[in-house]
Write a protein that binds this ligand. Sequence first.
Ligand code: TXA
Ligand code: MG
Length: 307
Amino acid sequence: MTPTPDSGGPGSVELRSGDDIERAVTILRRGGIVGVPTETVYGLGASLESSTGLARVFATKGRPVDHPLIAHVSDVAAARRLSSDWPEVADLLARTFWPGPLTLVVPAADDVPTTVTGGRSTVAVRVPSHPLFRGLLAALGAPVAAPSANRFGEVSPTSAEHVLRDLGDDVDYVLDGGPSEIGLESTIVDCTCSPPQILRPGAVTNEMLEEVLTTAGPSGPARAPGMLDRHYAPRCRLVLVEANDLRSANLPTLDARNDPESFAHRLYDELRRLDDQGVEVAQVILPANTGIGRAIRDRLGKAAAGR
Ligand code: TXA
Ligand code: MG
């Protein structure tokens, strides 16, 4: 990322992004907000201990205040401290998939800020695997609440550059950990119901979850607030086509059929590129509805909705 010079001349160039964990810690402790790299997408982080920082996350995103945030923690012990009653399934899933792209909804401890829970009795927790973010969590010694670092409803960022382009001066610093490996938001499992319910598909796939337990799919009562129909949306109109359907030879085309993992990794960057190029309509050939293909179809369905 190219540093943005401030007005103070060459001696006081202000670096808006980099790998300076200490700087990120200082900012978070003072109530600032920092773009954080994760293996899924970049987050817009505030310390769970800073009400100022948490308020700024909502203001910066333009996010409704009743949409809860994910609390990112360094290990299972830290996750348990945020929970009043840590479910056995959460333990099983945490041991199997953490650190990694899985968020668990569990009963919230009394001292979790209502800004983080959205006023609910539950809290969403995740141990991310990105080494730079893990370094930040260890150095801060507090959980980091972070939604994806995009303005509300828009495409999630998968690089530090995306975050700076989307949020500009509204973010204090971006920890640059390179492109997000997975490229789609974490799988969310509600562990407070029986069977546990998948609220959002992701890179921890239904198949992987079914290997360790029985779950209910997102077709059950959708209880993740903020899972609006239209979401993850570029300006460009997306026409979604099944692999066997007729498609237009004339439209710019994204093809997810052959290698869904690498398609997921690139997807949000491609959607941003379509907008950068001023493309008005593009078609996307969908992957099969299995594995990470389920998450790709979920996000594309929302990105294409309401047009
Ligand atoms: O991969 C990810 O999950 C990324 C990175 C930064 O960790 N974060 C992310 O955050 O996607 P966000 O805020 O864009 O999406 C979090 C989702 C929202 O749909 C929210 O409603 C849901 O998690 N959520 C948070 N707390 C919840 C709770 N207590 N119960 C149900 N859903 C919850
Ligand atoms: Mg989001």
